[in-house]
Every structure is written in structure tokens, then in C-alpha cells.
Design a protein around this ligand. Sequence first.
Ligand SMILES: *Cc1c(COP(=O)(O)O)cnc(C)c1O
Length: 402
Amino acid sequence: MRRKDGTIKALSKRAQGVTPSATLAISAKAKAMQAEGLDVIGFGAGEPDFDTPDNIKDAAKDALDAGFTKYTPASGTVELKNAVAARFQKTHGIDYAAENVLISCGGKHALYNFFQAVCDPGDEVIFAAPYWVSYPEMVKLAGGVPVVLETEEADNYTLSPDAARAAVTDRTKALIVNSPSNPTGTMYSLERLEALAELALEHDLYVVADEIYDELVFDNLPFYSLAALRPGMESLTVIFNAVSKTYSMTGWRVGWTVGAAPVVKAMAGIQSHSTSNPTSIAQKAALEALTGPQDAVAVMRGAFQERRDLICGLLDGIEDVTYARPQGAFYVFPNFSAHYGRELGGKRIESSFDLADYLLEAVQTAVVPGGAFGDDRCIRLSFAASPETIEEGVGRIAAALA
Ligand SMILES: *Cc1c(COP(=O)(O)O)cnc(C)c1O
């Protein structure tokens, strides 16, 4: 109910503390321009541009026809939990049981449940900037305190174990490792992962392993899971993954947590009073994704790798732009800060937000400002787009800066 003066009764401090998505303004503007009939090139997509594979869609249709349309256990079906555990056993050799797995409504929901389950007010969570946009907000929503450590291109934008060690206090609850990373596409070296594992063991810290891009790794690079790197890490590491990115299933909303049974149980308790189970038929589709043929994943990975090569080659042709070469996912995070301070389109470019605005207005090219990820020197370009779009879009950026 609105009061006469247009105000409303106060919202919670929690809600007021949430930073609205900084990327929203620019994507709203891009959409408005598209609606006006302008030819807007989009580098903003945070999802694969492929359709969900047919075998997976068929599994959902079959589930629907079979009447699999009722509540499942709030923490997900046992068959899907077992499939998740079996997959982990196959890739990393650790035996988890169904009690170590929680099925949630996407990877984001799984992460949200985790911070709700482990953070008391004032508990600190360490992670690197640039970071995935939801980490700081999720930590804050749980009453926790984000401890953000800046990283450098030369380090592949990965957390330095020394810097992480220096940031540990008696309030530190967890550290987050996202490899391959959104927004940079870069991965942690085995050496860094091992050092972080040792740090976690030494200080008894949870490690949030956001492994959402574990199947989208290029150049046949090995993927290491923190849980498997040191004895004891299987119970400190809490692994997050989903069908969203690997199988091009962002809209289906199925993700999972794998970790120590007490953590998983606490998270499941929270989930049981909020969303309950993820959609029953989406769980059947996810089961097919995990247990059916995997050729579609290889095809998508190959396409993303080719596009990575393409976009990097094009970026190399723009003066004063540097980047860390993506090793996975479908993002590159080039540093355009050498262009800050320039007067372009009648305005001084002072930040990634100014640059994103300018590119959208001057050459109808939508990018995500790095400031949204905690690094204002860069912008994020998603290469989950056709080669033609990538060529045209980077060409436009180059022209806008020439
Ligand atoms: C996409 C993404 C997620 C979770 O995605 P869902 O759509 O919720 O499954 C988690 N972490 C990162 C880094 C992501 O990019």
C-alpha cells in the first residue's frame, strides 16, 4: 500500500543492503534500442547460445507424460543425487553418497543456501575480484562480510595464496574459488589450488568450489577439484555445479551441492522451507543430462574454444588493450583502462561504466562493465555468440576507439 506522499513502510535493512545489478541498466538500454529497431550487438549473454540437447528435452517430455509432476523429496530425487555422486567419483575419485548431495533450483540457489547455512553475522568470506556478481550479495544477505582481494592479469586474476593467508582472521568462515572464472574465463594453477587447500586445512575454512564451468575447459587442460587435492579437503570443500552451463540448460534451474553431510543437511533444511524441490520434470531432464550421451558437451566446448581463439585474435588488433587468455567458460575480460581519460563521443571516459555506455550509444554494442564484477579496469565480453557477431562486434569496438 502506498502512502499519500508515495512512500512505503520501510523495507528490511537486508533488502536495502542488496546492490541492484549494475548490469541491469545497460541491458535495459540495449533492449530498448533493439525495440526501436537498432542493430545492437550483444556481448552481454551469461549463458550458452545453444539449444538444450534433444535427448534431454525428450527426457522431460517423457517425465511429463508419465505423470512425474508431483513433489519430489525437498532435497531432490535420490536417483539424481546418486548420478551427481557417481559423476564426481568418476571425474575425481571421491566416494560421496546421496547424503552428501543436495539438488537445488540452479547453482545460484545452491550457493545461496550454503551462505545461509554457514554464515553468522560478522563471519567473513574471502574471494577474489573480479568476482561473479552474486558472491558479495549472497554473503551479505546471510549477514556475512565479503573480504574481497584484488587480483592481477599477470596472475590470471586468481587469488594469491599469500594474500588469502594475510586476510584470514578468527572470523573467516570460507573462501571462494571459481575456476574457470566468470567473468575472466581463467583457471587456477594446480600450485595455487594446492596452496589454498593447505591454507584451508590449516585454518579449518570451508572452501566454496564453484565448478560450474568444469566441463567447459579448453586446450585439453586438466580440471582439478579442490576436494580431491589433499586428504581432509573432501569434507572442507563444498562443491557447486549445475546443468545450466554444461548442457545449455540455464532456464531449467537445476544445480547441486556436494559436501560434508552435516553441511548438506543444514542447507537442505533451509531449502525445505523456501523452494522445496526443484521442478520434478527438470530433475528428470538433469538426470538424462548427467547419465545420457555426452557428445553435445564436446561440441559446445569445441565451438567455445574456436570462438575464444577468434575473439582473442580480434582483441589483439586493438591498441592498448590487454587480457588474460580464457582457459574455459565463454567470457573474456579485457582491460581497456589505457583508454580511460580519453574524450570520446563528446564525453570523458572515466570508468568501465562510461565505456560501456559509450560503446552502446556510439556503435550499438552491449558489453558488461567490469565494475559490476569488482574490477573497473575491464569489460566483460561473452563469446557465447556466433562468429559473425563476434567479428562484427569487436570490429565496432575497435572502430569506436580508433
Ligand atoms: C552461471 C553461474 C552460476 C550458477 O548458475 P545457475 O544458472 O544458477 O545454475 C554460478 N556461478 C557462476 C560463476 C556462474 O557463472
